[in-house]
Design a protein around this ligand. Structure first.
Ligand code: 5AD
Ligand code: SF4
Length: 436
């Protein structure tokens, strides 16, 4: 068999990272090995993201640089998968004629035909596909923490967002398939799983999401269960109860607020008011006092005025998030928000983004400082190249990164009790107490 190589570059969210694991799984099954040098590859695959213009520009600039590689090695196959593929379709090859194949996030399996050199179509883009790719062999390299899809697509149509267009309508995987995958991961020694969906709270197959968590919690070997992302409008008392009562479900929820102004939330089609959001946070904290709450905010949505921006800053202060991802609003083709009047200029959006980041940095520093002296249990990660000898890292159940010195003999995957001795903005320093 001729040895062939692939180069794979992934842009965007965890969903894409996991889709890439599936495509890598297929490619390796077809006899390909990975190379980190595009110029040495027989197949160059980009898994793309179109959530914001910046992600799109980054990809197109990478693609531009691949042109010379294709010119030197015309036999190399250039493949574009993911959300830009779905969104731009034929426009993509008009812009970059050297691209050989384009397929969307719901057509991952097509990489098999491309790898086996039997692919007939240049474009494979489904509008709203059936659930077909759950059995793909993921190439997971971590060994400790794994991503697992529980549902695909989104029905929410937030007015700024391309996801419902690029990833189609919501489809939930049957619980038995998910649980089988979790048991298989546990058998391979995985300790932590993160259940992935655009809106996990609307997971519904033969059971609902809290029930899925209950079954997952019973799997021997899996020590920690996380999930992303939760839409505030669908956060149910059943889920709060599940986080509270199931010992393996981590005390962390990513609950994107997007704006603290109810007027802007309405324009965003988020279907909750700020008060409703705040009430949900209060119920979460009453039930699970140590829960970490992280969020997403969009700065400078169309028509956002100074008062709306103030309301967002106020909301961030009053809630006190453990972490925040803040983004400048980016106009996306085909979305409702693109057509709203009153878009803000870039400098105003940058200023507002900066206000948000500065405020949150202060909050993060204070929250982390409060953890000094506390005891936390961390799941030890695989060592990474940037670490000094004798150092290890892990995450608390609330998803904070902890660095421990003088502890090299502890194997990855161990749950360790540490005392937090110092807090930085992006990590905590811990000292070993004992292993469980
Ligand atoms: N502009 C800026 N941010 C966006 N997000 C989604 N679409 C856009 C957009 N058009 C952000 C939201 C979402 C996160 C994944 O990305 O905050 O929660
Ligand atoms: Fe996009 Fe809203 Fe769906 Fe999240 S819930 S993927 S922001 S449409």
């Amino acid at each position: 068999m001729i040895k062939r190589t692939y180069y794979l570059e992934t842009f965007g969210c965890q969903m894409n990272v996991h889709d890439s694991e599936k495509m890598a799984g297929i490619l390796e099954h077809e006899g390909y090995t990975r190379t980190l040098e595009p110029k040495l590859a027989d197949l160059i695959l980009f898994n793309t993201c179109s959530i914001r213009e910046k992600a799109e520009q980054k990809f197109y600039s990478r693609l531009g640089r691949i042109k010379t590689i294709k010119a030197r090695n015309p036999l190399a196959k250039i493949v574009v998968a993911g959300c830009i593929a779905q969104q731009d379709g034929k426009k993509l090859t008009a812009r970059a004629p050297y691209v050989d194949f384009v397929f969307g996030p719901d057509n991952l399996k097509y990489i098999r035909d491309i790898a086996a050199e039997v692919a007939k179509e240049q474009f494979v883009l489904s509008e709203n596909p059936a659930l077909t790719d759950e059995a793909l062999p993921s190439l997971r390299e971590d060994g400790i923490r794994a991503w697992v899809n529980i549902m695909y697509g989104c029905n929410n149509f937030c007015s700024y967002c391309v996801v419902p267009y690029t990833r189609g309508r919501e489809r939930s995987r049957p619980s038995r398939d998910i649980l089988m995958e979790l048991r298989d991961l546990a058998g391979k020694g995985y300790k932590e799983v993160t259940l992935l969906g655009q809106n996990v709270n609307s997971y519904r197959s033969d059971c609902d999401f809290p029930e899925l968590l209950r079954h997952a919690n019973d799997i021997k070997g899996i020590e920690r269960i996380r999930f992303v992302t939760s839409h505030p409008k669908d956060l149910s008392s059943g889920l709060i109860h599940a986080i509270k009562c199931l010992d393996k479900v981590c005390e962390h929820i990513h609950l994107p607020l997007q704006s603290g102004s109810t007027r802007i939330l309405q324009l965003m089609n988020r279907r909750y008011t700020f008060n409703e959001y705040r009430e949900k946070v209060e119920i979460l904290r009453e039930n699970i006092p140590d829960i970490a709450i992280t969020s997403d905010i969009i700065a400078g949505f169309p028509q956002e005025n100074d008062l709306d921006h103030e309301a967002t800053l106020q909301a961030i202060s009053s809630i006190g998030f453990d972490g925040l991802f803040a983004f400048k609003y980016s106009s996306r083709p085909g979305t409702k928000a693109e057509a709203i009047s009153g878009h803000l200029d870039e400098s105003e959006k940058s200023k507002r983004l900066n206000d948000i980041i500065t405020l949150q940095n202060n909050i993060t520093d204070k929250k982390n400082k409060q953890l000094e002296g506390t005891v936390q249990t961390i799941l030890i990660d695989r060592p990474d190249a940037k670490m000094k000898p004798g150092q290890l890292t892990g995450r608390t159940t609330t998803n904070k990164i902890v660095l421990v010195n003088n502890a090299a003999s502890i194997p990855p995957g161990t749950i360790l009790s540490v005392r937090i001795v110092r807090a930085h903005r992006h990590s905590l320093i811990g000292e070993r107490i004992s292993s469980r």
